[in-house]
Design a protein around this ligand. Structure first.
Ligand SMILES: Cc1cc2nc3c(=O)[nH]c(=O)nc-3n(C[C@H](O)[C@H](O)[C@H](O)COP(=O)(O)O)c2cc1C
Ligand code: SF4
Length: 578
């Protein structure tokens, strides 16, 4: 291995601390990190015990208190709540005679909530240890509990979301073995590049294709690469952001688990273009299966010399290291993600400086979303002209739209950028389920906004939506039918923000908590003045919060008022319970 390939961990004393805490927790037998273990880590790293405890307590999947042999996580995302997740949690509480956050007296089970388990098309979902269960019913849960009690392990079930629509980006999806992936076009672009093309050629091809980042903001990928390529400082790093935690979003999971080699090829090509020989993939802690499949694919790729020293006989060397998140939505924000990789609490940094010039370990760093990187091999293999023939002029190519809620067909829909909501719901999604009519769609997840009937024919691409004051975000689409109770749904979304606020800045820390309380007040009072106060609070948060998390509730609430003001003001007459 060259010097550059092994540079990672020692660049920052605490780098990889989250991984180390994971290891300690898993080896403890009691699913927790003891004070003794934390003290030892603090001593090894030359930091205080308070620092280590501060990191451990930031992540919801880590614990400093002993827990049960099996951890049951019930998904509390808006999607799962709509599909009956609340009822499942209630059933589990009764069955185990414990509340969320508690452990059964025999030490068998700990019951926890999760903000989103990333399987929204097959809601409701529950995770037991690392095994994910979808479309769960109390009967299924009873079977899982019995198995855990009798055999002390739980079996997993295959549960990749259904693939709908085109198979362009997803052509190799499901071809997990290296040979199969190669037969379906993977690594062809890389072979050609290493034989004939310079890093500048790759950058120019991606620029010509006008690829835009799929992580939410739609930033031009080649421009981002250029910043880092031209930045002063060595080495340069590439990070693949696989922290997909936006409720309603499960597209990156399909890529990680369905086409891991495509993601790896995209990372190698991006690394080549920016002059990096080291890449990292930060995968959210809940995605245990994604981590396993990516690790397996990395091993295969190394054996075949698609990764490692002098790839395929060229002079280019590149390797990839996996980091596991530990349950913090805000770590999807690129600077929090870097903090987390550096072994700290995952709180967003003030910018500038931007990661392009001062990123991981203070070095120039590109951070791209999984789907963005998966597009790169397709562009390189087929050429920018072919890519430009898909999608719309300002956003070419296809997009993965995670489709959930009240449609006949749920799953990840691949479609050309600019498809309309109507086409997505009625042509690909098969229309509204159970013969009901469309009420609205929540587009872009919790950080997105509601779109009603008047927006059904708006193209779902970055600029098409922006020109109407809307956002595409992750592309998640949660479809609501005429019977949807909107007020409880909004309460769920606000609780999500409260839970996931990192607490660094006051407007968001206090504001997200106040909004939950205000929503309760509104649902009891039905007064317009209470609704106004909520909007004013959310607007202040938008204007003063440090990162998009604290800025997001306003957009969602404003769109809710546009479409559902009457329902929000009359909720006290109809919504009891949730
Ligand atoms: C609260 C928050 C969560 C985010 N979560 C993700 C995520 O899970 N995955 C992702 O790629 N980008 C996420 N982003 C956006 C990233 O900060 C960043 O813009 C993105 O990874 C850039 O990749 P791209 O240029 O390929 O789109 C999030 C941003 C915020 C503010
Ligand atoms: S806006 Fe919220 S999540 Fe973002 S930095 Fe401030 S407290 Fe943290």
């Amino acid at each position: 291995m060259t010097q550059d390939v092994v540079v990672s961990r020692h660049r920052c004393a605490t780098a990889g601390l989250v991984d180390r805490l994971w290891d300690l927790q898993q080896r403890s037998g009691t699913q927790h990190i003891s004070t003794d273990d934390m003290s030892q880590v603090a001593c090894d790293l030359g930091v205080s015990l308070g620092f280590v405890r501060g990191v451990a307590s930031f992540y919801s999947m880590l614990s400093d208190k002993p827990r049960g042999r099996h951890i049951i996580r019930v998904c509390q995302s808006p999607q799962c709540e709509l599909a009956g997740g609340n009822g499942l949690a209630g059933w589990l509480k009764d069955e185990l005679a414990i509340d969320l956050g508690e452990t059964t007296p025999d030490g068998q089970f700990t019951l926890e909530g999760s903000s989103c388990l990333g399987a929204c098309s097959d809601a409701p979902t529950v995770q037991v240890d690392d095994a994910l269960y979808t479309r769960v019913t109390p009967a299924v849960l009873a079977g899982i509990l019995a198995q855990a009690r009798n055999k002390d392990w739980v079996s997993s079930q295959p549960n990749l979301p259904t693939i709908l629509g085109d198979r362009h980006l997803l052509r190799s999806c499901g071809h997990l073995e290296l040979e199969d992936a190669v037969a379906n076009g993977v690594y062809q672009g890389l072979k050609r590049v290493l034989k004939d093309l310079s890093p500048e050629d790759v950058l120019a091809t991606v620029k010509d294709a006008r690829l835009r980042g799929r992580g939410g903001a739609g930033f031009p990928t080649a421009r981002k690469w250029e910043f880092t390529r031209n930045a002063v400082g060595e080495p340069k790093y590439l990070i693949c952001n696989a922290d997909e935690g936006e409720p309603g979003t499960f597209k990156d999971r399909v890529l990680l688990e369905g086409c891991p080699h495509l993601v790896i090829e995209g990372m190698i090509l991006a690394g080549y273009a920016i002059g990096a020989s080291k890449g990292f993939i930060y995968i959210r802690g809940e995605y245990a299966e994604s981590i396993a499949r990516i690790q397996r694919a990395l091993d295969e790729a190394r054996r075949a010399n698609y990764l490692g020293e002098e790839i395929l006989g060229s002079s280019y060397s590149f390797d990839i290291e996996v980091y596991r998140g530990a349950g913090a939505y805000v770590c999807g924000e690129e600077t929090s993600l870097i903090e987390s990789m550096e072994g700290k609490r995952g709180v967003p940094r003030l910018r500038p400086p931007y990661p392009a010039s001062f990123g991981l370990f203070g070095k120039p760093t590109v951070i791209n979303n999984v789907e963005t990187l998966a597009n790169v091999p397709v562009i390189v293999r087929e050429g920018s002209t072919a890519y430009l023939s898909l999608g719309v002029e300002s956003s070419p190519g296809t997009k993965l739209y995670p489709l959930s809620g009240a449609v006949v067909n749920t799953g990840v829909a691949e479609a050309q950028m600019g498809i309309t909501l109507r086409e997505l719901i009625y042509d690909i999604g098969g229309g509204i389920a159970d013969g009901k009519s469309f009420l609205a769609a929540l587009v872009g997840g919790a950080a997105g906004m509601f779109l009603g009937e008047d927006m059904l024919d708006v193209p779902l691409d970055y600029d098409g939506l922006a020109s109407r004051g809307a956002v595409l975000g992750s592309g998640a689409i949660l479809v609501l039918d005429e019977d949807c109770q909107v007020a409880p749904l909004i309460s769920d979304i606000l609780r999500f923000f409260r839970h996931e606020s990192c607490g660094q800045c006051v407007p968001c820390r206090v504001g997200t908590a106040r909004l939950v309380e205000m929503m309760d007040v509104l649902r009891a009072s039905g007064k317009e003045s209470d609704l106004d106060l909520m909007l004013q609070t959310a607007l202040t948060m938008k204007q003063t919060s440090l990162c998009p998390l604290g800025q997001s509730p306003y957009t969602m609430l404003k769109s809710a008022v546009k479409y559902f003001q009457d329902q929000l003001l009359t909720d006290k007459n109809q919504a009891e319970g949730r």
